[in-house]
Design a protein around this ligand. Structure first.
Ligand SMILES: [Zn+2]
Length: 122
């Protein structure tokens, strides 16, 4: 008989010592909340300014990521993926830039058409 159960029947919170939830539960009265209005010390400010010039002081590293930031990151990741796909597509035509420069200089439509056809010839 295996006595190990995947589901914890009666979890005990290590933060508030209450039964029924885990310490990672956000509804816990003792759930660690990092306040945004706690201003960094002068030394911290100085340090972050030295590390990253022309930037605002960075938030604490272990700050829980709010939902809005997760959405932005998700969008960012999708955009990055799209850029990668487009970049891969452009890499199939390594002469694209060279030909576009020639098209810019082209004087006749026929010249442009023949240059465009060259893009697809490897
Ligand atoms: Zn708790």
């Amino acid at each position: 008989m295996c006595s190990i159960k995947t589901k914890i029947e009666n979890p005990v919170c290590i933060n508030c010592k209450e039964n029924g939830h885990l310490a990672s539960w956000k509804g816990c009265p003792k759930y660690p909340v990092i306040r945004n209005n706690t201003s960094p010390t002068y030394a911290q400010k100085l340090k972050s300014n030295l590390q990253k010039p022309n930037s605002t002081p960075t938030p604490p590293v272990n700050k829980p990521i709010p939902q809005i930031d997760a959405d932005i990151f998700d969008k960012f990741e999708k955009n990055m993926n799209a850029l990668k796909i487009i970049n891969d597509a452009f890499n199939k035509f390594p002469n694209l830039i060279e030909i576009s420069e020639k098209i810019k200089m082209a004087k006749t439509d026929m010249e442009i058409v023949s240059l465009l056809l060259k893009i697809f010839k490897h």
